[in-house]
Ligand binder design. Structure first.
Ligand code: UT7
Length: 323
């Protein structure tokens, strides 16, 4: 028997307010045409005033628990991937724990920016494989709208808010790539590139700050590193792009998504794309895409799924799982 971390449920939450590209034409030297053609984004959701990351995360978690048919007292741990927690501390995860009425187990945040969900998934997998938890709710949740410089057209048109959650449960496999559950992970970071995507504020410096990005530089790293990490993770278990049913990439830019799929030799018909509707929701983008992909009928039980993401740090990685 081989212990595996298997997906038991999924859900998401998107705030009510939908902002189309045309909205930015009123205040910035930009156009719907530019945003669509350069990024693939058509609209994004923004959290309501006063709405927090933990509020959205808890809603996504409830949806995932319902999908899993599990009650909150059956959960051992909550891991939230976020760079936009409600407060400096405590963690968003403990706030979600309280909001769900969960009084057992443990909860903590993971911060790897847009790659956060991949890092959280790998951590939750390790908790399950080591026997420290049997059921973990893994959440990606962000309110990146709070980090925008609304006068910077190179960034503020790209991001959105939302949350997605996955319930992982310990299961038994036979140790082959036919097992359901997480089959391989690959995590990377390189802090030498910290200046190409960052927020210019924080607790030990000053104020909350705003997101700053050298878009072209990040783009260049993204296509190369995303294809490489997916290849590395697949290679660990003797698989290749040809074996993949679905790539569920971080949703930052349609051109990056296409470039990565092409390098992996996977046609776009086997890629879940939600960037047009959500924009870049950082750590929330992959669980949102997994949830929407399942609801659309794209991702089915036993499909081989690769999730891959890159973001500030730079930090990047991928997870291969059989759904
Ligand atoms: O989630 C973390 C990972 N993040 C990413 O993966 C984002 C990676 N980068 C990107 O997605 C793309 O680089 C962008 C969408 C940000 C930009 O696309 P690009 O094709 O790299 O454009 P650019 O930055 O080279 O800008 C081209 C031109 C510039 O004008 P000049 O200097 O050529 O005259 C920009 O000033 O487009 C201008 N520009 C805009 N024009 C209209 C930049 N933003 C806008 C805008 N509307 N919103």
């Amino acid at each position: 028997m081989t212990r595996r971390a298997v997906v038991r449920g999924i859900g998401h939450y998107l705030p009510e307010r939908i902002v189309p590209n045309s909205e930015f034409e009123k205040t910035l030297e930009t156009s719907d045409e530019w945003i669509r053609s350069r990024s693939g984004i058509e609209r994004r959701h923004f959290a309501a005033e006063g709405q927090t990351t933990s509020d959205m995360a808890a809603r996504a978690a409830r949806a995932a628990l319902e999908d899993a048919g599990l009650a909150v007292d059956q959960i051992d741990a909550i891991v939230v991937a976020t760079s936009t927690a409600d407060l400096t501390f405590p963690s968003a995860a403990t706030m979600v724990q309280a909001e769900l009425g969960m009084t057992q187990g443990f909860a903590f945040d993971v911060q790897a920016v847009c790659a956060g969900f991949v890092f959280a998934l790998a951590n939750a997998n390790a908790l399950i494989l080591s026997g420290q938890a049997d059921r973990v709710v893994v959440i990606g949740a962000e309110t990146f709208s709070r980090l925008m410089d609304w006068s910077d057209r190179g960034t503020c048109v790209l991001f959105g808010d939302g949350a997605g959650a996955l319930v992982l449960e310990a299961g038994d496999g036979v140790g082959s790539t036919e097992d359901r559950g997480i089959l391989a992970c690959d995590l990377n970071s390189d802090g030498r590139h910290r200046d190409i995507l960052y927020v210019d504020g924080g607790v030990s410096t000053h104020s909350t700050g705003h997101l700053r990005m050298q878009g072209k530089e990040v783009f260049r790293h993204a296509v190369e590193k995303l294809a490489a990490t997916a290849h590395t993770a697949l290679e660990k278990i003797g698989l290749s792009g040809a074996d993949v049913d679905w790539i569920v990439p971080h949703q930052a830019n349609l051109r990056i998504i296409k470039g990565t799929a092409q390098r992996m030799g996977v046609p776009m018909e086997r890629v879940v794309v939600t960037v047009q509707d959500h924009g870049n929701t950082s750590a929330a983008s992959i669980p949102l895409a997994l949830s929407v992909g399942k609801a659309r009928g794209q991702i089915k039980t036993n499909d081989l799924v690769v999730v891959e993401a890159i973001g500030g740090g730079l930090a990047w990685g991928s997870v291969v799982l059989r759904w």
